[in-house]
Ligand binder design. Structure first.
Ligand SMILES: Cc1ncc(COP(=O)(O)O)c(C=O)c1O
Length: 431
C-alpha cells in the first residue's frame, strides 16, 4: 500500500509499504536478497538510476536502494508522518545498518567544519561519545547541554548552530525534553531539530507533529521488537533524505541488509499492540518497585513522581516500556539481582519481547566521561545516584515479571557480597 489514505496507525503498521505480490498473490513482500539489479536501457531511466536522481529512482545496487528496504522506508514514513509536515512538505525515510549508522549519517550529511551542534548531554552512550569525542576531530563545535531545560539550549545557541539534537526519552536516565519548545528555539535561530525517538516509537510520540525536522530511530529496539536484527532510520523532508542517501549511503556505506529490513517489517506489524503491553506492564512494575523497601528511587515517566511526568503526559500518548531504579544496596545489590533473576535477563539493549536488566555504575558512565563538565556530572548524578538499573519491560506476564523481581530482591549471593571489592580491584588495574 503506497498511500496512507487517512488510515489509522494499526492499519498502516500492517499494510503500509507492502502489496500482494502481483505474480503469486503472496501477502508478504518477497525478500529481495540481491545486491545488483539489471539496469534500464541507455536513456533517462538509466541516468536516473545511476545518479540517484530521486528517492524512487530505478534500482541499481542495494547500498543505494532495494525493494525490501524501500518497503520498510515507506512503512516507517506512513507511521511517523502519514500526512507529511504541517506545511504539507512530504516526509520520507532512509534506512541504515544500525541506529548509530542513522545518527552518523545525519550529522555527517548536515554538518561541516566550522558548524555547531547542540546535543543532549545524556543520550545513548554511542551517540554522546560520537558527539563529544569524535565530531570535534572534524572541526565541528559541540555543546552538550541538558536539553530538558530549554533555557540551556537557548543559551548555547551560536551564529553557526546548524542542528539541535535531542533524545527523548533519553537513554539511560529517562529525562524528557520538550520537542515543541526546542523546535521553536532551533527554528528562531535558523537551526534544525533532530529527535531520536527510539524509546517512544511512533506508537507513543510523533516528533514531526511537534515541529521536528528529523526523526531518528534505532530500529533494533521496539520497531523490530524481537531482538533479532540491527537497523536504523532517519526521516525528514524528501530532499534532505535524498542527500543522506547520496552522500552517506553511497559514500560511507552504512546500508541495511534486506533480510533485516524484512524482519523489521514483520516486527512492525505488531508495534501498536506491543507498545501498549510494554507500557501496561511497565507502570505496574514501576509502582511495585517504588513501594519496595530495598529500592531507593524509581524513574518512569508514567509515575507522578517523575520530574517530567507532566511534559511526558502532554507530549506522549503512552509512557513506554523503559524504567530505571536505584537500589539502596548499590553495586552489591545490583550484582545480587543480576545473579538471581530468572525471567529477566542481564543484558544490554532494550525493546525486545524478553525483559532485560542492565546496571550503569555512575563512576564508569558519568564520572569518567571526559566530555562532561563537573556541573553536568553533578546534575546527571541527581538522576543516577551511584548507579541505576535500567529495565526494559518485555512482553511476559506482568505478575511473573514482578514475582521475578521480588524473589531477586530477597537474600544474598556470594558474587553480590564480593563483587564491589572485585570491581574496585579491576578498576584500579585498568588505571
Ligand atoms: C536511543 C537510542 N538511539 C540509538 C541507539 C543505537 O542503536 P543501534 O544499537 O541500533 O546502533 C540506541 C541503542 O541502544 C538507543 O537506545
Amino acid at each position: 500500500m503506497r498511500s496512507s489514505d487517512n488510515l489509522e496507525f494499526e492499519t498502516l503498521a500492517v499494510h503500509a509499504g507492502e502489496e500482494a505480490d502481483p505474480e503469486t498473490g503472496a501477502l508478504r513482500l518477497p525478500l529481495h536478497m540481491a545486491t545488483t539489479f539489471k539496469l534500464p536501457k541507455f536513456g533517462g531511466k538509466l541516468m536516473s538510476a545511476l545518479l540517484l536522481e530521486t528517492s524512487r529512482a530505478p534500482y541499481a545496487y542495494t547500498r543505494w536502494s532495494n525493494p525490501t528496504l524501500r518497503a520498510l522506508e515507506d512503512r516507517l514514513t506512513a507511521l511517523e508522518a502519514p500526512r507529511g509536515l504541517a506545511d504539507g512538505t512530504k516526509v520520507s525515510a532512509v534506512v541504515t545498518a544500525s541506529g548509530m549508522a542513522a545518527v552518523s549519517a545525519l550529522v555527517f550529511t548536515f554538518l561541516s567544519q566550522g558548524d555547531h551542534i547542540i546535543v543532549s548531554e545524556v543520550c545513548y552512550a554511542g551517540s554522546v561519545e560520537l558527539f563529544g569525542l569524535h565530531l570535534p576531530r572534524f572541526g565541528i563545535e559541540v555543546s552538550l547541554v541538558d536539553t530538558s531545560d530549554p533555557q540551556q539550549v537557548r543559551n548555547a545557541l551560536q551564529p553557526n548552530t546548524r542542528l539541535v539534537y535531542v533524545e527523548t526519552p533519553a537513554n539511560p536516565i529517562l529525562r524528557i525534553s520538550d520537542i515543541a519548545s526546542l523546535a521553536g528555539i532551533a527554528h528562531a535561530a535558523g537551526a534544525r531539530l533532530a529527535v531520536d525517538s527510539t524509546w517512544a516509537s511512533p506508537a507513543l510520540q510523533t516528533p514531526f507533529t511537534l515541529g521536528a525536522d528529523f526523526v531518528i530511530h534505532s530500529l533494533t529496539k521496539y520497531m523490530n521488537g524481537h531482538g533479532d536484527s540491527l537497523g536504523g532510520a532517519v526521516l525528514g523532508r524528501e530532499n534532505d533524505m535524498l542527500k543522506i542517501r547520496r552522500d552517506m549511503l553511497v559514500h560511507l556505506g552504512g546500508a541495511m541488509s534486506p533480510f533485516n529490513a524484512w524482519l523489521i517489517l514483520r516486527g512492525l506489524v505488531t508495534l501498536p499492540m506491543r507498545m501498549k503491553q510494554h507500557g501496561d506492564s511497565a507502570i505496574k512494575v514501576a509502582e511495585y518497585l517504588e513501594s519496595h523497601p530495598k529500592v531507593k528511587r524509581v524513574f518512569y515517566p508514567g509515575l507522578a513522581s517523575h520530574p517530567h511526568h507532566e511534559l511526558a503526559s502532554r507530549q506522549m500518548s503512552g509512557f513506554g516500556g523503559m524504567l530505571t531504579f536505584q537500589l539502596k544496596g548499590g553495586l552489591g545489590a545490583a550484582i545480587n539481582m543480576s545473579e538471581k533473576i530468572k525471567i529477566f535477563s542481564y543484558a544490554t539493549s532494550l525493546g525486545h519481547a524478553h525483559s532485560l536488566l542492565f546496571y550503569y555504575p555512575a563512576d564508569l558512565y558519568v564520572d569518567a566521561a571526559s566530555y562532561l563538565t563537573k556541573t553536568q556530572k553533578h546534575s546527571i548524578r541527581e538522576w543516577m545516584g551511584d548507579g541505576i538499573i535500567r529495565a526494559s519491560i518485555g512482553l511476559e506476564n506482568t505478575d511473573d515479571l514482578i514475582s521475578d523481581l521480588d524473589q531477586s530482591l530477597r537474600g544474598n549471593t556470594l558474587r553480590g557480597a564480593v563483587g564491589p571489592l572485585v570491581y574496585k580491584i579491576l578498576k584500579r588495574k585498568q588505571g
